[in-house]
Design a protein around this ligand. Structure first.
Ligand code: CO8
Length: 261
C-alpha cells in the first residue's frame, strides 16, 4: 500500500511505521493518523509480522495535532465526528491492535504526539526526546488520552503540572517518572527499536497477545480481578504448543522454535 504521510514497510518480522511530514514536525493531520491506522491494520493482518514500531525523525516524533487543520473547527464538528476517536482516523486501530506496538521517540512528542506515543505499548526514548502536553498554551487541552494516560504513567503531580503549564519533560525526567522504558543514544534508536520489536516478533504470538492483554487489564480493573485474569491467562498458555516447545527446549538446552500455535 502506498501512503502520503507515513512510510510503512515490513522489516523482517517488524512492521515499521515512520511518520513522515517533516515540514510540519510530523503534525498529526487527519490524513496522517488515518494512514497510521491503515498501516496498523495491514500489519495486524499480516502473519509474517509479530510486532510494530511507530517512529518519527530526529527532530520530532510528532509535534501534536495539526493546529492549522484544527484552527477553524467548531465544537459541533469535533463532537459529531467524536474527534479524535472516530475509527476512520486511526486512533481506534492503535488502541485495539493485538500485536505489540513500540513508540521510538526522538525529538518532540507533544500534544497528540505525546498521546500517540503513550497509546503505544511502551516508549523507547532517544536522549533527545522531549515530551509535553502544551495544548493549554493554545487555549485547548489534551484530547487523545493526555490527561488520562499521562496521569496513570507518571502520577497526578507531574501530569497536572505538565498539562496545566505545558512544561516539557526531557528524556531523563521521563525515564525517572516511568513514562518511557529506556533511554537510548539518538543515533542508535532505530537499530535498538528494531532489535526489541524483532525479539518480541520471534516469541510465541498467542502468549505475547495474552501478556499484552493482561498488562492492559491492570489499567481497567481491581487488583483481585486483575490477578484472577492473569491466573486464567497463565493457565491458558499451557494449552498452546508453544508452551510445550518453550519448556522442552529449556530442558533440552536448546533454542525454542515457536510455531505461534
Ligand atoms: N501543527 C501544525 N504545524 C506545526 C505544528 C503543529 N502541531 N508544530 C509545528 N508545526 C509546523 C510549524 O508551523 C512550522 O511550519 P512553517 O515552517 O510552515 O511555519 C514547522 O512545523 C516547524 O515548526 P517551528 O518553526 O515552530 O519549529 P521550532 O523548532 O521553532 O519549534 C516546537 C518547535 C516548539 C515544537 C513548535 O513547533 C511548537 O510549539 N509546535 C506546536 C506544539 C503544540 O502546541 N502541540 C499541541 C497541538 S494541539 C494537540 O495536539 C491536541 C491533541 C488532541 C487530539 C489529538 C488528535 C491527533
Amino acid at each position: 500500500m502506498s501512503y502520503q504521510n507515513i512510510i510503512a514497510e515490513a522489516r523482517g518480522a517488524v512492521g515499521w511505521i515512520q511518520l513522515n511530514r517533516p515540514e510540519a514536525l510530523n503534525a498529526l493531520s487527519n490524513a496522517l493518523v488515518s494512514e497510521v491506522g491503515q498501516a496498523i491494520e495491514q500489519f495486524q493482518a499480516d502473519d509474517n509480522i509479530g510486532a510494530m514500531v511507530i517512529t518519527g525523525n530526529a527532530k520530532a516524533f510528532a509535534a501534536g495535532a495539526d493546529i492549522k487543520d484544527m484552527e477553524g473547527q467548531e465544537f459541533i464538528d469535533l463532537f459529531l465526528a467524536d474527534f479524535p476517536y472516530n475509527r476512520r482516523d486511526g486512533w481506534d486501530s492503535l488502541n485495539t491492535a493485538r500485536k505489540p506496538i513500540i513508540a521510538a521517540v526522538a525529538g518532540f512528542a507533544l500534544g497528540g504526539g505525546c498521546e500517540m506515543a503513550m497509546a503505544c505499548d511502551f516508549i523507547l526514548a532517544a536522549d533527545t526526546a522531549k515530551f509535553g502536553q502544551p495544548e493549554i498554551n493554545i487555549g485547548t487541552m489534551p484530547g487523545a488520552g493526555g490527561t488520562q494516560r499521562l496521569t496513570k504513567a507518571i502520577g497526578k503531580a507531574k501530569a497536572m503540572e505538565m498539562c496545566l503549564t505545558g512544561r516539557m519533560m526531557d528524556a531523563e525526567e521521563a525515564e525517572r517518572a516511568g513514562l518511557v522504558s529506556r533511554i537510548i543514544p539518538a543515533d542508535q534508536l532505530e537499530e535498538e527499536a528494531l532489535k526489541v520489536a524483532g525479539k518480541i516478533a520471534k516469541l510465541s504470538r498467542p502468549t505475547v497477545y495474552m501478556i499484552k492483554e493482561a498488562v492492559n487489564v491492570a489499567f481497567e480493573t481491581s487488583l483481585q480481578e486483575g490477578l484472577r485474569f492473569e491466573r486464567r491467562a497463565f493457565a491458558s498458555t499451557f494449552a498452546t504448543a508453544d508452551q510445550k516447545e518453550g519448556m522442552k527446549a529449556f530442558v533440552e538446552k536448546r533454542k525454542p522454535e515457536f510455531k505461534n500455535r
